[in-house]
Design a protein around this ligand. Sequence first.
Ligand SMILES: C[S@@+](CC[C@H](N)C(=O)[O-])C[C@H]1O[C@@H](n2cnc3c(N)ncnc32)[C@H](O)[C@@H]1O
Length: 311
Amino acid sequence: MTRHVPVLLTELLTALKLSPGMRVVDCTLGDGGHAEKILEKVATSGRLMGIDADPEAVLQAKQYLYNFEGQVIFVRDNFRNLNKIVQENNFAGVDAILIDLGWSSPQFEERGRGFSFQHPEEPLDMRYSGENIGSATDILNTRTEKELATIFADYGEEKLSKKIAEAVVNTRKIKQIKTVGDLVEIILQVYRKKLGVVETHNHASVLEKVPWIGGLHPATKIFQALRIEVNNELVALQDVLPQAVKVLSPGGRLAVISFHSLEDRIVKHFFKKNKEKNILIINKKPIECAEEEYQSNPRARSAKLRVIEKI
Ligand SMILES: C[S@@+](CC[C@H](N)C(=O)[O-])C[C@H]1O[C@@H](n2cnc3c(N)ncnc32)[C@H](O)[C@@H]1O
């Protein structure tokens, strides 16, 4: 089983100014990689509350953090309920908060949720949680062409959003779009047509003929867009930021790691808007990974860390 490699770990631990006895909330527990190192810094009198929407993530993190039994409160919930979660768990007086957005490696690679365009046989689910929300399949098979085009354009910044939405709607008249492979094939068809590539049913040769665009597979942006829509990710982020500032004690720090410009923009604007009120911006420019991490962990390449302190 692969364990998620926490990104910007050293930078994050420094930015949170951790010391023994502190109370920390990790809003995105994942595989507990950040949490484990945070716990080492705040041990043994410190406490960590680890939240994750994914029940499998919480179960897994409990195993990874076994040595810290008694110091961790595990919560299976959406971080957009942060205020309520802190109150319900009597976790007031928070000294530091971490939000490390997006998916973890096991979610992407192993849990069969259809996050990765490289697993054609997986169902297109894309939910972090088992919550009763629509899956990516539901969205693809029920939304109007216009709605799909908007999702692809707004959340994926996909230039061929309209053409891909049209192709989705045309395909589903014939058969339901159920698997990762179904969707990848639709996207590739649109790109092939655009680039004037001759049709072939051999997946490998199709990929050769549809070049990765600026280092990205043609399906990357559509998959990102669907994941954001399924999990209402940008709204969850907008919701959690003011709550995080609210539950922090004065002098406490909030660190957010984002992975694409839509997320980073929300964090940046929120921090800017509130800087005159109750927060101090610690780093004007986002912290990015060092060369060594850049080489060893491809996921870290797009990571941006922003930090504030509550006044
Ligand atoms: C990048 S991973 C975190 C990895 C973790 N920092 C580590 O070191 O292992 C992001 C995690 O956040 C969770 N997540 C994403 N959106 C969430 C939300 N709105 N509420 C709660 N958890 C969320 C995902 O299920 C995933 O496990």
